[in-house]
Ligand binder design. Structure first.
Ligand code: PGA
Length: 254
């Protein structure tokens, strides 16, 4: 099963609305290979502007979070149905949300159900901490996060999800897992778990991204791996040159 690579830019809490529009326009206008899917994930407030900017182009958009309820007294939150028409994807379970905002395996799973019910596609982030990595717990942590995130989904729903394997120690640090190490985690502790839950055919349809200090210069190493189907990019997604460099490098190496 051939999976179309996805390069998603997680802009985190960066860019004003005007800056976001400009960055999106730069990416839309840049010469890009057309066999790579691209998604831009700005802060909520910039989603309408970014969505308008990418309209008519193949570039997709994503939100960085949502609530698991469809509406209600949850001050400051955004529900999945509110993102319909603005976002194709919703990132959930990012390690920064797990660390600073109390995201748990259980809320990630509830959010995955809510996103799919709204007709959108979750990008489910998982990954081990440095201490877990050093204690040899990577496989156990990643498989249990995968199982928890996908609990109760049908195979048809699971097939539309994206997983982002992001070792926490590699996010924003300049450190990366090696391509072969990241591939082994994606194959043995993500795709194998998905095959166990939903069958081999569904598991082979699900895209698994690598995330953590991906830059144009190290992209080829990840693109060459059979079980890595794209990248979730933080810092380097904030510059047109770096982000398009990653997309181009993926296309030539993958
Ligand atoms: P980074 O962030 O590319 O800046 O390491 C990746 C992420 O957090 O998704």
């Amino acid at each position: 099963m051939s999976r179309i690579p996805l390069i998603a830019g997680n802009w985190k809490m960066n860019k004003t609305m005007g800056e976001a529009e400009k960055l999106a326009a730069g990416i839309v206008d840049a010469e890009r290979p057309d066999d790579i899917e691209v998604a831009l994930c700005p802060p909520f407030v910039s989603l309408p502007a970014v969505r308008a900017t990418v309209e008519g182009s193949p570039v997709a958009t994503g939100a960085q979070n949502c609530h698991w309820e469809t509406s209600g007294a949850y001050t400051g939150e955004v529900a999945a149905p509110m993102l319909v028409g603005l976002a194709d994807y919703v990132i959930i379970g990012h390690s920064e949300r797990r660390q600073y905002f109390g995201e748990t395996d259980e809320t990630v799973n509830r959010k995955a159900h809510a996103i799919l019910a709204a007709g959108l596609r979750p990008i489910i982030c998982i990954g081990e901490s440095l201490a877990q990595n050093q204690a040899g717990e990577t496989g156990a942590v990643v498989s249990s996060q995968t199982r928890a995130a996908f609990a109760g989904l049908t195979a048809a729903q699971a097939a539309t999800c994206v997983v982002a394997y992001e070792p926490i120690w590699a996010i924003g640090t300049g450190l990366t897992a090696t391509g072969p190490d990241a591939n082994a985690v994606c194959a043995e502790h993500v795709r194998a778990v998905l095959a166990d839950l939903f069958g081999a055919e569904t598991a082979s349809a699900i895209r698994i991204l690598y995330g953590g200090s991906v830059k144009p210069g190290n992209t080829a190493e990840f693109a060459a791996q059979p079980d890595i189907d794209g990248a979730l990019v933080g810092g380097a997604s904030l510059s047109v040159g770096d982000f398009v460099g990653i997309i181009t490098a993926w296309a030539s190496a993958g």
